[in-house]
Design a protein around this ligand. Structure first.
Ligand code: TYM
Length: 350
């Protein structure tokens, strides 16, 4: 059966959203709206998988959930035409996770590099939720039987796990799936990761070999969506570079991670290719390129920051958007849960 094409993706409400989240994910969320029905989720249940000191406690979680919602809308996501909601409002995410916990294998989860990175050396002390995180992610996507998932590079392995879970569920229950009217035995699609654009992995401004991340101790390593123009300018001017002028060909960026990163950021912000950036700036010094980068960065982010500010000042309005999105998401989720329970053999009252 051909599955109805549907887009799903999520962003965690922990810490500040940064340029990596924006260019690696949110920009593509906005684009996908033109061609697909999209569901964009603020994954508050994922946020609490780290210690409470990391996600900041109840008031901070609620504040961050509204801020991510505001960032979606300020960036151009239309919550009327598409669905925007926070994960914890739909019980199906947790319910389907349980079923998938019994499909996924421990060996699969043991291979997840993000768990190893996040748990660090003290793995015994990591939460069970952090370990199970990728299974909840599979449930997020498959609860809506979504077929396409725009994400940054760092989520690729988690998406592969989602595909494996969908496939094993379909295999394990193939007879039951056929018995419930799916002639080809396929109930869940294998979701396709969409990792596109010139900035699928935005790196730290202080170290071109490290990913730009919310958890980096140095705020100078990232540009936050809420940074003002002066802060953006300062951070870009301080960004690490090397002493060579910019190359004129993309190949010249290969051994130069910091140059590659800044050129990729410019390309993504300006909506052009890296080669086009180099055709314009190749042979020139970093200082003038950085000035141009500040300009395009501020031009793109300043309106988003001010719209975010306006939206978070009215939490009632943001909560109403989430409630409306949740009620539409729930209809889709309930339908999947009903069919999944029938396929698994759970008795339910009709
Ligand atoms: P999160 O909240 O860490 O990041 C949100 C999105 O931003 C992308 N991203 C980056 N892209 C480029 N360069 C970077 N430096 C960078 N840092 C982050 C991430 O790849 C992601 O697309 N597990 C997910 C949230 C999630 C989800 C899902 C995603 C939960 N359920 C279902 C898709 C489908 C996460 O932690 O994203």
């Amino acid at each position: 059966m051909a599955f109805v094409e549907r887009v799903f993706s999520g962003v965690q409400p922990t810490g500040n959203l940064h340029l990596g989240n924006y260019l690696g994910a949110i920009v593509n969320f906005v684009k996908m709206q033109e061609t697909h029905n999209c569901i964009y989720c603020v994954v508050d249940m994922h946020a609490i998988t780290m210690g409470i000191d990391v996600w900041g406690g109840p008031a901070e979680l609620a504040r961050n959930t509204r801020e991510v919602t505001a960032a979606f809308i300020a960036s151009g996501i239309d919550p009327n035409k598409h669905i925007v909601f926070n994960q914890s409002q739909i019980a199906g995410h947790a319910e389907l996770t349980w079923i998938f916990n019994c499909v996924a294998r421990i060996g699969w989860l043991n291979r997840m590099t993000q768990f190893k990175e996040k748990a660090g050396k003290d793995r015994e002390n990591a939460s069970v939720g952090l370990y199970d995180y990728p299974v909840l992610m599979a449930a997020d996507i498959l609860l809506y039987r979504a077929t396409h998932v725009p994400v940054g590079e760092d989520q690729k392995q988690h998406l592969e796990l989602s595909r494996d879970i969908a496939q094993k569920f379909n295999n394990d229950f193939s007879d039951s799936i056929r018995g419930h009217g799916f002639a080809d035995g396929l109930f869940f699609p294998q979701p396709e990761p969409l990792i596109t654009g010139p900035a699928t992995r935005v790196m730290s401004l202080r170290d071109g070999t490290k990913k730009m991340s919310k958890s980096d101790a140095s705020d100078n390593s990232r540009i936050n969506l809420t940074d003002d123009a002066d802060t953006i300018a300062q951070k870009i001017r301080k960004a690490k570079t090397d002493p060579e002028p910019l190359p004129s060909e993309e190949k010249g960026l290969e051994p130069r991670p910091e140059a590659d990163n800044l050129v990729g950021i410019y390309a993504a912000l300006a909506g052009i290719s890296k080669q086009e950036v180099l055709t314009q700036f190749g042979g020139g010094q970093f200082s003038s390129f950085k000035n141009a980068l500040v300009e395009v960065c501020v031009a793109k982010l300043a309106p988003i920051a001010s719209e975010m500010k306006r939206l978070v000042a009215d939490p009632g309005h943001v909560d109403a958007i989430l409630a409306d999105g949740a009620s539409r998401a729930r209809d889709l989720a309930d339908e999947t849960m009903r069919m999944t329970k029938d396929i698994v053999g759970f008795i339910r009252s009709h």
